[in-house]
Design a protein around this ligand. Structure first.
Ligand SMILES: [Zn+2]
Ligand SMILES: [Zn+2]
Length: 270
């Protein structure tokens, strides 16, 4: 086998830092809930996963159970995490919970799911598309990236999730989306935060990786580092489309991924 063939084989991403064991309701963490996720990770060749349920379901998270599952599965690194979003109703409580449990958490994802409507995530498919109807798409993009910037400046997150989620339904601004995102990218860099490469965009109407190639290129130029993620809401979705992601990372020249332990970042080569 040639060296290039070997490096191709070795370049598959091995970490998934965006997962939802609870799905979309409070489900108390138990070994029965978490073990299938570890089994699925192992079966897919993933050796490092972060549990990042939505902050509104924090009542289900049990750090002792996570420790127990870690002890029973020493071959898979399991990071305790959460996805903190800008929920205008429940967000304050989520932020307090993250602050109170900061030392137990390895990794906090920051997300923007809400625009003007406090009662509906704009990324709900298909209903969320109504929030774009008749609106100026450039203004919506600006507003969205401003909110992402606020999340990045909160001091409560390690990494930004699905950085250009605003494209989910396929709306494109007239001006260049990368330019609209630049200020926020610089803020992320100045804060030393990461952004994720999320395959979830490939299963949404936009059918594109989060973020776009253009934004990834600018992020690389700024020196921003990346995690790899599927945003799995079922253990079957762990590492979804990672072969496609591997190809994309090869094309874009990304050869290492960010891992987090106790909010400390470590870079690991593919
Ligand atoms: Zn999200
Ligand atoms: Zn998520």
């Amino acid at each position: 086998m040639s060296l290039s063939q070997l490096s191709t084989l070795n370049s598959q991403p091995f970490s998934d830092y965006h997962t939802h064991p609870q799905g979309h309701r409070v489900q108390r963490y138990t070994r029965e809930l978490l073990q299938p996720w570890v089994d699925s990770a192992r079966a897919k060749g993933l050796s490092d996963i972060a549990l990042t349920d939505h902050d509104r379901y924090h009542a289900g998270i049990d750090f002792d159970v996570i420790d127990r599952v870690r002890e029973e599965n020493p071959d898979v690194r399991i990071r305790a995490g959460i996805e903190l979003d800008n929920d205008p109703v429940r967000g304050a409580e989520g932020r307090r919970w993250v602050e109170g449990n900061w030392s137990k958490l390895d990794f906090v994802l920051g997300s923007v799911h809400f625009l003007d409507r406090p009662d509906q995530m704009f990324d709900s498919v298909p209903e969320g598309v109504d929030q774009f109807a008749g609106r100026n798409i450039d203004r919506i993009y600006e507003d969205y990236f401003k909110r992402v910037g606020e999340m990045a400046a909160s001091g409560l997150v390690d990494c930004l999730a699905h950085f250009d989620l605003i494209k989910i339904h396929g709306h494109r601004p007239k001006s260049d989306a990368t330019s609209l995102a630049m200020e926020t990218l610089r803020l992320i860099k100045s804060r030393g935060l990461g952004i994720e490469l999320s395959t979830a965009g490939w299963r949404k109407p936009v059918n594109e990786l989060y973020p776009s190639d253009g934004i990834i290129g600018r992020a690389i130029a700024e020196g921003i580092l990346f995690t790899t993620a599927s945003d799995a809401h079922s253990h079957a979705q762990l590492g979804e489309n990672y072969d496609r992601l591997a190809e994309k990372m090869r094309q874009l020249g990304i050869r290492e991924v960010a891992l987090y332990e106790q909010h400390k970042r470590e870079m690991r080569s593919l």
